[in-house]
Design a protein around this ligand. Structure first.
Ligand SMILES: NC(=O)c1ccc[n+]([C@@H]2O[C@H](COP(=O)([O-])OP(=O)(O)OC[C@H]3O[C@@H](n4cnc5c(N)ncnc54)[C@H](O)[C@@H]3O)[C@@H](O)[C@H]2O)c1
Length: 363
């Protein structure tokens, strides 16, 4: 199979992750261009990752006929316009989470990709995380009997870029930014049952001086078929990134701590350089991870998307999945705003997910 030629839109945190991950599956996918509007970021990114072309305007990247697909690693509020432009240019789209900011945007993106005959692939790496895949394989083989509870949590001390804290650009706080992983994970793990209801508690406990966004979120999702998920997210958790899963059935359980469970228990007076995403220090006791991208599943995710484009695999994580996650996030914000459980389907009343909470909280 000829490698899929990809252009990356964006040149910072997640763009680096995509470029490094695609390099690990280079026989199936290769990055041929990058686009980013700021300073010489695109040029230095291209230099760092040995990418032949770079552009300041992503529309110039889309004009390149050699490019078959794009990955979108720009701020959330730009995912929709970029997807529409890419689809119109005949490019398959790999879009970072969250799919976009509103359900109208999600519908427009899904429709545009269908009309233009391109795939809309929703980049949710937890479906490819080897440790979590092992948990699903055991569950599917009956190891735990009927699974009735999934717990997933993802936490850190807050995002690295300003735009995340600005709810008009991000659409929400920890619940949207990190909860979208847990919601997608639980839905997939349970083989995609219908959502029944959601109840969520949110608060801004630590970062109130710089954002309106929630920095703590606890969400309970109920699914058809007698199972539920507890999703915990935080932008107020010290000590670097934390990502873990617990699965419970009547016949057993499994517990997976993705980062500290895959790390070396380490003590250093001098520091170890890099321990884990968003860890501010590496002196004293730390838990340095290894093969971080692979253990998260990013290269495997890109390999899957390459095979989907070539028609060799059926996409496991689509625009429709991203839309379902966003609907759940909207409903969770509404639940926190109303202080009660919310049923699905949920029709938004506000132009941004977090406004379902803020508008009621402030009322
Ligand atoms: N899957 C994951 O685990 C994961 C992790 C981090 C981020 N993300 C997602 O990836 C996306 C990007 O996040 P990030 O952490 O890389 O943010 P970032 O702030 O580090 O990078 C954003 C990039 O977008 C670029 N950009 C802004 N406007 C643009 C435009 N008009 N055209 C082209 N590029 C533009 C910026 O120049 C920058 O390079 C977000 O949607 C985020 O939620 C996903």
């Amino acid at each position: 199979m000829k490698p899929i030629s990809v252009g990356i839109i964006g040149s910072q945190f997640q763009a680096d992750c995509h470029a490094a991950s695609i390099a690990m599956v280079r026989s199936e996918m290769q990055v041929v261009a990058v686009a980013s509007p700021t300073g010489n970021h695109a040029a230095s990114f291209a230099h760092r990752h040995r990418i032949p072309e770079y552009h300041m305007d992503y529309r110039d990247l889309l004009a390149d006929a050699a490019i078959e697909a794009v990955t979108i690693t720009a701020p959330n509020s730009l995912h929709c316009e970029m997807t529409l432009a890419a689809a119109a240019a005949g490019k398959h789209v790999i879009c970072e989470k969250p799919l976009c900011v509103t359900l109208n945007e999600a519908d427009t993106m899904i429709d545009a990709c269908k009309r233009h005959g391109v795939l809309l692939m929703y980049a949710e790496e937890l479906l490819f995380t080897p440790k979590y895949l092992k948990a699903k394989q055991m569950a599917d083989s009956g190891a735990f009997g009927k699974v009735h509870l999934i717990k997933q949590s993802e936490k850190h001390f807050g995002p690295h870029s300003e735009w995340f804290w600005d709810v008009d650009r991000s659409g929400g706080g920890a619940l949207l930014d990190l909860g979208c992983h847990g919601i997608a994970f639980a839905h997939w793990f349970l083989n995609k049952p219908k959502l029944r209801s959601v109840v969520s508690h949110l608060g801004t406990y630590v970062h109130g001086s710089k954002t309106q966004a929630d920095d703590e979120a606890v969400t309970v999702l109920e699914f058809d078929g007698g199972c539920f998920a507890l999703i915990e997210n935080s932008w107020a958790r010290r000590g670097g990134m934390d990502d873990r899963v617990e699965i419970y059935g009547e016949g057993g359980l499994t517990i997976a701590n993705l980062l500290m469970g895959n790390a070396l228990t380490t003590y250093s007076e001098y520091g170890v350089g890099y321990a884990v995403e968003k860890a501010p220090t590496t002196t004293g006791w730390t838990y340095p991870v290894f093969e971080e991208a692979w253990n998260y599943g990013f290269p495997q995710e890109m390999q899957h998307f390459a095979r989907c484009i070539r028609g060799l695999e059926v996409c496991q994580t689509t625009g429709e999945d991203g839309r379902l996650v966003l609907e759940a996030v909207y409903a969770a914000y509404a639940s926190a705003g109303m202080g009660r459980r919310v049923q699905f389907p949920f029709t938004p009343t506000q132009p941004l997910p977090i406004a379902e909470w803020l508008s009621r909280r402030e009322a």
